[in-house]
Write a protein that binds this ligand. Structure first.
Ligand code: ZN
Length: 105
């Protein structure tokens, strides 16, 4: 889908212009950037391709029952990459069907 020149769905003030967005080092996809708020939007097709790319690179983990909650082990590659430590506190929330865990500053 072509969003070139269309109004920004994020701020409603700017217009979208085609760019090449680097989603991963050396991997560029077609995207549309707002001239006002600088938000970057992707077509549904590109979004599905990018999500499939991340899914292919992801490590699979099973949820573990802990009381009434479920726990998720974080792969050691991510522990090292982010410098995580045991008992470190994280914010856990959702965005659509995704789980977002953010390390507290
Ligand atoms: Zn905008």
């Amino acid at each position: 889908m072509d969003f070139e020149g269309k109004a920004c769905g994020n701020c409603g003030k700017g217009k979208l212009h085609r760019i090449q967005d680097e989603v991963e080092k050396g991997i560029f996809v077609e995207a549309f950037k707002c001239s006002f708020c600088k938000n970057i939007a992707y077509s549904e097709y590109v979004m599905e391709k990018v999500e499939a790319m991340y899914r292919d690179k992801a490590e699979v983990r099973s949820l573990i029952k802990v009381g009434a909650s479920l726990a998720l082990s974080i792969p050691s590659s991510i522990v090292k990459k982010l410098g995580l430590k045991p008992k470190e506190r994280v914010y856990v929330t959702t965005k659509g069907s995704k789980i977002i865990a953010s390390v507290m500053p």
